[in-house]
Structure formats: C-alpha cells, structure tokens
Design a binder for this molecule. Sequence first.
Ligand SMILES: Cc1cc2nc3c(=O)[nH]c(=O)nc-3n(C[C@H](O)[C@H](O)[C@H](O)COP(=O)(O)O)c2cc1C
Length: 334
Amino acid sequence: MKDAQFLMLKIGSLILKNRLIMAPMAGITNLPFRLIVKKYGVGLVTTEMISARGLTLAQKKTLEYLKSDPGEKPLAVQIFGSEPSVMSDAAVIAVEAGASIVDINMGCPARKVLKIGAGGALLQTPEKIKKIVSAVKEVCHVPLTVKIRAGWSSDKPVALEIARIIEDCGADAITIHPRYITQGFSGTADWKIIAEVKRGLKIPCIGSGDISTPALAFEMIRETACDGVMIGRGAIGNPWIFKQILDLEKGLKIERPGLDELRDLIMEHFRFLSLLKGENRAARMMRGLLISYTKGLACSSNFRGNISSIEDLDTLILYLDHYFSRLKETGFYN
Ligand SMILES: Cc1cc2nc3c(=O)[nH]c(=O)nc-3n(C[C@H](O)[C@H](O)[C@H](O)COP(=O)(O)O)c2cc1C
C-alpha cells in the first residue's frame, strides 16, 4: 500500500491537497452532502450535473444547484448540454458563482440528457466535443475538466481517442468512468481503460468506478497509474471512506465512526439539509440517506420500517436514539 501517493494533485493552476475526489452524483451531491464529505478530508467535491441551458435561462431551480459554501472549496461545478455557446455562457455563470473548476459531463446515460445530444451522446460526436471544449476553454478562467465514459457501446471503445481530442482543446484534466453508455451501471468498470487513457495523455487522468472500499483506491492507482481517484456510491452513507484512505496511507489503523459520532453526523447532515430545504423536505430527503448510513448494521428492521414516517427532526431523533441504544445494548456495533 505504500507505493500509492494521495498527496497533492495539480489540475491546471489549482492545487488539490490530495488526490481524492467526490464524484458528481445527481440527486446526491448537493451542498449538505458535500459539506459532510469535506469533513473527512476529500481533496475536491463536485456538484450534481447542472443544465447549462437552465443556467443561461436563469431558471430558479437550476440556479439553486450553484449554491455553495466557503467551507467546501475547492468546488468543481459540473455542467451538461450540447450547444457550445450555451455551454460557454453556463461556464461563465458557474465561475461567477464561485466554481474552482468547471467540469463538463460527457458520460451521463440518462434518457432525458441523451435526448438533447448531451452527456454520453457526445461520445458519438467528436466534432461537437471539439466545439464545446474549445468554446468553454476560451471563456473559462478556472481549470476545465471533462468527465467521459468508455464510449457508446463496447463494440466501439473511444475513450482514448476522445480523451486526446479533449486534451488538444485545452482541458486541464480528464475523468474516465470506464463503462459504456449502453451499460448504464451494470457490469464492472474496466480499469484497463483508465490505464490506457492515462498512458496516452499528458494532462492528469482521474479514474472513477467501483471503489467501494479504501483498499480499492490503492488498487486503482496501482493498476492504472491514474493521477486521482473519484469515489461515488462508495461514499454514500459512508463519507468517512476518504479519511480511511488517508489514514491507510499514513499506516494508521482504519476505523469507522462510533455510534455517538455516527449520530452526530446524521444530525449534522439533517441540519445542513434543513437550512437549505426546510425541515419537512429535509426529513424526507434524509430517509434514503438513513438507509445508507445504517447499511449493514444489525437489528435494523424496526428502524428501517419506521424511516418512511419521519417528517421532522423530533421523530428522527426518537427513532434513531431508540435504534442506537438497542445497538449499544446488544454490543453489535463496535
Ligand atoms: C445516483 C448517481 C448519480 C450520478 N450522477 C452523475 C452526474 O450528475 N454526473 C456525472 O458525471 N456522473 C454521475 N454519476 C456517475 C458517478 O459520478 C461515477 O462516475 C459512477 O457512479 C462510478 O463511480 P462509483 O462506482 O464510485 O459510484 C452518477 C452516479 C450515480 C450512482
């Protein structure tokens, strides 16, 4: 484990304190979630993907995705779209709102994104990619990164070809999630493709896909020589994975939070969400997160059964304290 280095990563003019990056995840990586993972030492956080057109039309809901906090910086703002001029206008708006990095989504497999020729659809139109990356680069005064997949389908792998085009147009780093668009999230991420892209580029290459344990972060670096690792699903309900990786690198024993710390963390997450969305909405948003935070814990069936009736902070505390005191009594959490 000693050969992997999580010390700083330079993306354009920006120096990240380490090579660990929180993946953009629609519906997940909102401001409260980002503040929570930031506590555990992650080097860079990323917003959910944001519609470039929505930004340029100043749509209220879209602009809300740009809300940020000084405590989470540096922050990458990810935009998606298919029109070069709209994308460059959106990049300017993102930078004015405080983005430390602008990231372009070229990998989303969601139908509504593909339908407008954006996200993963762009992997089929290299000419469009050139226009978009060049247009954004021209106006973007912070580092520019692009996140791609391995291609549209496995009969036509294009990751390296596309990555080179993106590099030639001036991007400062590339993230590769090595699944094909037609694959969605099925199968496994093919890390060999990360290694291939890394070997073929001069700019930093960040690997994304299937890091679900701290050890796998080291393995990805060892197997692919990538410059940074991005973690998505592995951090949901498990934000301390970043600290565990950093501790492992220092040769420290890795630990998960104790029950009291976990309780404080859940409360903090709820508080952050309440500030942004109001208590009732926050309570509803917490429901899915509570499932993740208690994943794998013993005696959870009663608690899980109650989650759907949580409407406010008091009920959350009631159920959580009841469940955690039972866990303490049984000694199943240690
Ligand atoms: C719920 C969910 C939402 C996602 N949203 C985005 C997104 O908005 N932009 C993006 O580039 N990738 C998105 N992704 C892909 C992740 O950033 C990441 O590349 C992928 O999940 C593989 O990494 P993982 O195995 O660590 O989760 C999303 C993934 C999930 C599971």
